[in-house]
Design a protein around this ligand. Structure first.
Ligand code: F6R
Length: 650
C-alpha cells in the first residue's frame, strides 16, 4: 500500500526512481509520480494508473521539451529568443535530469484517484514531499495554514504546506551554519504537531544536497552506497545497488546530505543506528523475507489490524465511529434488521458479525452468500442495513447482490479492502478495512480486518441502545490488546508447523467450533482445502450427531476450537464424541487450560480475550496450520489451482 523511493548521489535520479517504483508495484497502487531537482528547479510528472503509464508520460514530456528546443527562434533577436526560451521553460522544459529526487506510488485514501491527488506534492515550487500513512488531524492543521490554495484533496498536501510554514518561520531566525539544519528542523517542528502515521521524504530546491526522511508507523529503509543513498518503503529498490541498509524506527528522522546520514528523534537526540547487510534477492525482499506472500500476510496481521482501528475508537464514549456509515443517530435507530452479503472468507467474517450485531445491538442479523441472495427474493426495505463485504471489491456476485439490495430500497454499505474498487464506488458510503494489498489468493489479513470493522460497526449500533458504556469500553480495551496477543500466537509458528506436518497425510479433515468459533471452523476448513487440496469441512459442534459424525474414524482427524467461553463444556463433549469414534484431535485452547489436554492429541494455546473477539485470535493458528500442511505437500500456496484472487465472473 503506497510506495516511496528517494535517491541522492551522483547518478541520474530518474531511472533509479522509476525502476524503484516498478520494484514496489507488488504493494498495490492506483497512481504514481516523480519529482527531480534539476538545476535549482523541482520538476514533477504524475499520472494515474501504472508506472508504465507514468514512464510513457515522462518520455513524452521530455521529447516535447527537446523538440521545443529545436523550434526555438534562431536567435534572430536576443529578446525573441529570451522570451520564447522563458515561455518554454515555464511551460514545458521538463528534462528531469538531476541527481536528487523522490517518487511515489499512491493507494488512494484521502481523495479520489486523480493526477492532482498523486504525489509528490509541491509547495511554492520549492518543497516536494512523498508520504505514506494518514495524517489524522489534517483538518485541524488545514484551518491553521495561511496559504489556502490547495491543489488536491489529500492530507499529504496539508502536511507539505504545514512544513513549509514552519520552514518560513525558521528561515527568518536561522543564520550561517544553522541553515544546514533548516529543512530538517522545519520538518521536525511540523511533525511534533502531527497526529497520525507517516513515512515521508522531503526535498527542497534551496537545499540541493539534502533529503529529509521521517517515520512513524509507515516503514522506511535507507540504503547506503558509495557517496549515495537510497530511500524506500522496503529494501527492494535498493538491492541492485547496495546491500547495506539501515531501517528507520518510529519517531526517527534522517538528514541525508553530503556529510552522510544523521538520524535523530523529534527531541533532537542523535540516534546511532546499526547497518544491516541484506542477503535477500529482490523477490524475497518483496515478500518481506518470507517464503511467500501468504506467510508474509499472516505475519502482517498485528500491524495491519491496527490500521483497521485507527481513528475509529472513541474510548470516552465506549463506542466506535465509522466515518463511512454516513447516518445520523436518528437514521441508525430506524434500522430494524442487518443483512450481510459476501462470498467465501468474507462471508465467514459476516457470520462472526452476526453474533456481534445480535449480542451488542440486539438487531436480527442474517448472513447470505451473494450468489444466493441475488437470485432469491430477499425481503429487504429501507429499515434493513445491508453490508456487502469484499476484499477485492470486484466479486461479481457480491456486486450484483449490492445492486439488488439497493434496488429494493435497503441501506447498503460496503466493507472493502481495495480502494476505488467497483463495490467501494457503487456503494458510495462504507468502510475500507485498510489491510493493504493482499496478494496471496487465500485471504488472511483481509479476514482479520473485516472482523475488526464488523465488531466496530456492531459496537457503534450497540451503544445507541443496548450496550452499556462499561461494556463498550471493555470491548475497545480488549480490541487494543489484540495485536500483542496475535504476536504471541505467531511466535508459536514452529510448533504449529510440527503439528501440520503430522496432518499432511490425511485425505479428509473436519473442523469443529461453536458459537462465534463456528465461523472460525468454517474458515479453518476453507483455508486448508483451498491451498492443500485436502478435503475439509467445517461443522458446528452441536451438529455433529445429526449427520457428520458418520464421517468420523481414525482416518478422519478433527481440528476443534475449545477456548474458554460459555460453550466450553458443550464443545468439550462434542470433542469427546469424535474421539470415542477414533478421531485424532488437534485442539485450539485457551492459555492455561490444562484440562483441554485430556481431549487433545495435539494442542496449541492462544491468549484469552472477550468471547466476541476470539475469532481475531483463534483463526491465526488455523491459517498457519493450513499454510504448513500445504507447504509440506509441496503446493503453490500463493497461487492454488483453479482459484483467482478476484472473481469478476458469476
Ligand atoms: C478464500 C478467499 C475467497 C474470497 C472470496 C470473496 O481464501 O479468498 O473465498 O474470500 O472469493 O472474495 P472478495 O472478498 O474479494 O469478494
Amino acid at each position: 500500500m503506497c510506495g516511496i523511493v528517494g535517491y541522492i548521489g551522483k547518478k541520474q535520479a530518474l531511472p533509479i526512481l522509476i525502476q524503484g517504483l516498478r520494484d514496489l508495484e507488488y504493494r498495490g497502487y492506483d497512481s504514481a509520480g516523480v519529482a527531480v531537482l534539476d538545476n535549482g528547479k523541482i520538476e514533477r510528472v504524475r499520472e494515474i494508473g501504472k508506472v508504465d503509464m507514468l514512464a510513457k508520460k515522462i518520455s513524452n514530456v521530455i521529447a516535447r521539451s527537446a523538440s521545443d528546443e529545436a523550434i526555438l527562434p534562431k536567435k534572430e533577436t536576443a529578446s525573441a529568443y529570451a522570451k520564447a526560451s522563458a515561455d518554454r521553460s515555464a511551460a514545458l522544459a521538463v528534462t528531469l535530469t538531476g541527481t536528487i529526487g523522490i517518487a511515489h506510488t499512491r493507494w488512494a485514501t484521502h481523495g479520489a484517484v486523480t493526477e492532482f491527488n498523486a504525489h509528490p506534492h509541491i509547495v511554492d515550487g520549492k518543497l516536494a514531499i512523498v508520504h505514506n500513512g494518514i495524517i489524522e488531524n489534517y483538518r485541524e492543521l488545514k484551518k491553521q495554514i495561511k496559504d489556502k490554495n490547495f491543489e488536491s484533496e489529500t492530507d499529504t498536501e496539508v502536511l507539505a504546506k504545514w512544513i513549509m510554514e514552519k520552514y518560513k518561520a525558521l528561515s527568518i531566525k536561522y543564520k550561517g551554519e544553522d541553515k544546514a539544519n533548516l529543512l530538517i528542523d522545519a520538518v521536525k517542528a511540523a511533525l511534533v504537531e502531527v497526529r497520525g502515521t507517516y513515512g515521508l521524504v522531503v526535498l527542497h530546491a534551496d537545499h540541493p544536497d539534502q533529503l529529509v526522511a521521517a517515520r512513524l508507523g509507515s516503514p522506511l529503509a535507507i540504503g547506503i552506497g558509495e557517496g549515495e543513498y537510497y530511500i524506500a518503503s522496503d529494501v527492494t529498490p535498493m538491492l541492485p545497488f547496495t546491500k547495506k541498509v539501515t531501517f528507520l524506527d518510529d519517531g526517527e528522522i534522517a538528514l541525508i546530505n553530503g556529510d552522510g546520514l544523521k538520524i535523530s528523534n523529534l527531541d533532537n537526540q542523535i540516534i546511532e543506528k546499526n547497518v544491516t547487510e541484506i542477503d535477500w534477492d529482490q523477490e524475497k525482499a518483496q515478500k518481506g523475507g518470507f517464503e511467500n506472500f501468504m506467510l508474509k500476510e499472516i505475519f502482517d496481521q498485528p500491524t495491519v489490524y491496527e490500521d483497521a482501528l485507527r481513528g475509529r475508537l472513541e474510548m470516552d464514549a465506549g463506542t466506535a465511529k465509522m466515518g463511512g456509515l454516513n447516518m445520523s443517530q436518528e437514521q441508525m435507530r430506524e434500522i430494524k434488521r442487518v443483512m450481510i452479503i459476501a462470498e467465501g472468507t468474507a462471508r465467514h467474517t459476516g457470520l462472526i458479525g452476526k453474533y456481534a450485531f445480535e449480542r451488542l445491538a440486539n438487531l436480527p442479523t442474517e448472513v447470505d452468500f451473494s450468489s444466493e441472495f441475488r437470485y432469491r427474493d430477499p425481503v429487504v426495505n429501507k429499515s434493513t442495513l445491508v453490508f456487502v463485504i469484499s476484499q477485492s471489491g470486484e466479486t461479481a456476485d457480491t456486486l450484483m447482490a449490492a445492486r439488488e439490495a439497493k434496488r429494493k430500497g435497503a441501506v447498503v454499505r460496503g466493507i472493502v479492502n481495495v480502494v476505488g474498487s467497483t463495490i467501494a464506488r457503487e456503494t458510495g458510503a462504507g468502510t475500507y478495512i485498510h489491510a493493504g494489498p493482499e496478494l496471496a489468493v487465500a485471504s488472511t489479513k483481509a479476514y482479520t480486518n473485516m472482523v475488526a470493522v464488523l465488531l466496530l460497526y456492531a459496537l457503534q449500533f450497540g451503544r445507541l441502545k443496548h450496550t452499556s458504556l462499561a461494556t463498550g469500553q471493555r470491548i475497545l480495551q480488549s480490541l487494543l490488546e489484540i495485536p500483542e496477543k496475535m504476536n504471541e500466537i505467531l511466535k508459536r509458528n514452529n510448533e504449529i508447523k510440527e503439528i501440520a506436518e503430522k496432518y499432511q497425510k490425511y485425505v479428509n479433515i473436519l473442523f469443529m467450533g461453536r458459537g462465534v468459533n463456528y465461523p472460525v471452523a468454517l474458515e479453518g476448513a476453507l483455508k486448508l482445502k483451498e491451498i492443500s487440496y485436502i478435503h475439509c469441512e467445517g461443522f458446528a459442534g452441536g451438529e455433529m450427531k445429526h449427520g457428520p459424525l458418520a464421517l468420523v474414524s481414525k482416518d478422519v482427524p478433527v481440528v476443534a476450537i475449545l477456548t474458554k467461553n460459555q460453550l466450553y463444556e458443550k464443545m468439550k463433549s462434542s470433542i469427546q464424541e469424535v474421539r470415542a469414534r477414533g478421531a485424532r484431535t488437534f485442539i485450539i485452547a485457551s492459555e492455561g487450560d490444562e484440562e483441554a489436554k485430556e481431549v487433545a492429541d495435539e494442542i496449541i494455546y492462544v491468549p484469552k480475550t472477550m468471547e466476541l473477539l476470539e475469532p481475531l485470535l483463534n483463526t491465526i493458528p488455523l491459517q498457519l496450520f493450513a499454510y504448513h500442511v500445504a507447504v509440506a505437500l509441496g503446493r503453490d500456496v500463493d497461487r492454488p489451482r483453479n482459484l483467482a484472487k478476484s472473481v469478476t465472473v458469476e
